[in-house]
Design a protein around this ligand. Structure first.
Ligand SMILES: Nc1ncnc2c1ncn2[C@@H]1O[C@H](COP(=O)(O)OP(=O)(O)O)[C@@H](O)[C@H]1O
Ligand SMILES: [Mg+2]
Length: 236
């Protein structure tokens, strides 16, 4: 399976935006892109009605990913488990009287790639978030054999959160392609610049930045180039 698994240092750290930027760049390069998200929760809190999703900012994750990828996948194909309450997927499933089935996730992710050149998968929460009893987001990334992109905030606290995530990834044998700091300010402060360098050095990992995007207009987004500097850093 070709593609990437976009995780993050937590929730609300830019995973969806980073995944959408990657999907959009691949689409712009002429690739057929499929997107996948094992579980979406919090749809109850969503301010917009489903019929508005395709044309407005503030899309739920699966709809923004699909829009960015230019994909015609259905909701179930992008995100097989969708829940109303804004809670962790395993709890959202429990409240709905079901369990997330890892086999179904693996099967759905594989099916999504059938008519696509690459798969951009967004995890839920961070790497150690449970999807089902005994099955973490990290286990899904490993099962899909996709390299990781880690979305993280640029500001205070990000060094620790990011390095913990890099360690948790490598402890399970996962490859980290790059960290992406988002939204990266037009005029970064000395601390933000230092955070970028410090993560790169201490994590021996490439760190990219993503500026603030107008989420309504994927065609206006800059290309998020994944440089693969990690390999060069390791080789050095
Ligand atoms: N580069 C960016 N441009 C515009 N908005 C961003 C950017 N990065 C993060 N955000 C905003 O930050 C918030 C969290 O991002 P999101 O991708 O939804 O996080 P996650 O998927 O990790 O929960 C959203 O409101 C999103 O629009
Ligand atoms: Mg998200």
């Amino acid at each position: 399976m070709r593609g990437v698994f976009v995780t993050g240092t937590g929730t609300e750290v830019g995973k969806t935006v980073v995944a959408a930027a990657i999907a959009n760049a691949a689409r712009a390069a002429g690739k057929r892109v499929a997107v996948f998200k094992p579980a979406v929760s919090g749809l109850d809190e969503h301010p917009l009605r489903p019929e508005e999703w395709e044309s407005a900012p503030g899309l739920p994750d699966h709809a923004l990913l699909r829009l960015a990828a230019g994909s015609s996948q259905g909701d179930d194909e992008v995100a097989p488990y969708r829940y109303g309450p804004p809670v962790s997927p395993h709890l959202a499933a429990e409240l709905d009287g079901e369990r997330i089935d890892p086999d179904r996730l693996r099967g759905a992710a594989l099916a999504a790639t059938e008519d696509a050149d690459i798969l951009v998968c967004e995890g839920a929460g961070g790497l150690l978030v449970p999807l089902a009893p005994g099955y973490l987001v990290r286990d899904l990334a490993r099962d899909l054999r996709l390299p990781l992109v880690i979305a993280a905030l640029p500001g205070l606290g990000t060094i620790n959160h990011t390095l913990l995530t890099v360690e948790a990834a490598r402890a399970a044998g996962l490859e980290v392609v790059t960290v992406v700091l988002t939204p990266w300010p037009d005029e970064p402060s000395p601390m933000e610049l230092s955070n970028r360098e410090t993560i790169e050095e201490l994590g021996a990992v490439a760190v990219e930045t993503l500026p603030h995007l107008d989420l309504r207009m994927p065609e206006s987004w800059p290309e998020l180039a994944l440089s693969g500097r990690e390999r060069r850093l390791k080789a050095a």
